[in-house]
Every structure is written in structure tokens, then in C-alpha cells.
Design a protein around this ligand. Sequence first.
Ligand SMILES: [Fe+2]
Ligand SMILES: [Fe+2]
Length: 192
Amino acid sequence: MRTTASKSELIAYLERRLSPERMKHVLGVRDTAMEYADAHGVDAESAETAALLHDAAKWMPVPAQFAECARYGVHLTREDRVSPVALHGYVAAEMGRVRYGFEPEVCEAVRGHTTGKADMTDLDMVLYAADFSEPSRPFPEAAIARDLVMADLLNGVIRTMEFRLQALMRKGRLIHPRTVHARNALLARARS
Ligand SMILES: [Fe+2]
Ligand SMILES: [Fe+2]
């Protein structure tokens, strides 16, 4: 796998395309994801790559994200069309697969990073949690989530998901069905 060369190509791409604020977020997600990976026996290099890739398409205007999804043949649900917040993850996952040749599990973590999904792997959970709780996040729940995730990945991710759901509901935003499926699956796992 030509990960190292591809990772430096990706960083050069991010430096060209992302705003300084977005880049700071991405590097915060990278550092946090690697800490979570180390704490929970997840491959730190995969976590680093997933974190670097996760918002690589966030700079694109939404119409361009739709166009990229069409170009890559990404299936979109009705909710994706009504509320296209997750599209940048789908596009970034395809970039990782096609342009950079990253491992499928890394691309899958990136594909699901906005909403979560049923059957989340540890790598999926590490990226999802790091995206919410990296140090430049301005909300107080980030630090709470961080402590919970460091102590217990599964239960920390469930709580992180609940923080995100509460924020979406406060803002009157659509809840993606994939997030509901993700939380139900994680709860079942925690109780089994
Ligand atoms: Fe994102
Ligand atoms: Fe992000």
C-alpha cells in the first residue's frame, strides 16, 4: 500500500484547499484520533490517515459535492438530498479510494464520519469521536466527550452521538436515519 506518499500528497492537497480554520480542525482531529487509537488498540496510522482525509471535500460548494457524488456513482438517500451535510464524507471517501489508494477501512470510516452508521468498527468510532472532541471545538461537551472516549470507546461514542443529536434537535435540524441506526446498534452492543 503506497500510504506514505499518498498521505503527503493528501496533506499538500489540504493545504491548497482548506481554510486555516478548517486545517486547524483537521490537524486537531488527527492528533485526537491518534490518541484514541493508542488508548484503544486501533491502528494509529489508519486513524491518522482517516482523520486527515475526513474533511478533504468540505471546501467544495454543495452543488459540487452533489456533482462529485454523481461522478463517483455514490448512492444518495432522500435524506442526503434534503440535508446534504454528509456528502463531503462520501466524496472524501471516494477520493481516498480512487485518488490516494487508501485502505477500504480508512475510506469507510471517512464515509460515515458525519452521521455514524450501524456496525461501526473501532476505527469508525475513533474518527467519529475525534471529529466531535478535538481541542479547537468551541463547545463544552467536547472536553466531556474526550474524557469519556479515553476511558471507554463504545460508551464514549454513544454519549458523543447523544451530544450531537441534542445539538441537532436544539437547532431544529433533520436527524439522518443512519445516526438513529448507529445509536441503536451501539446501545445493543453496550448492553450485550
Ligand atoms: Fe466532516
Ligand atoms: Fe470534521
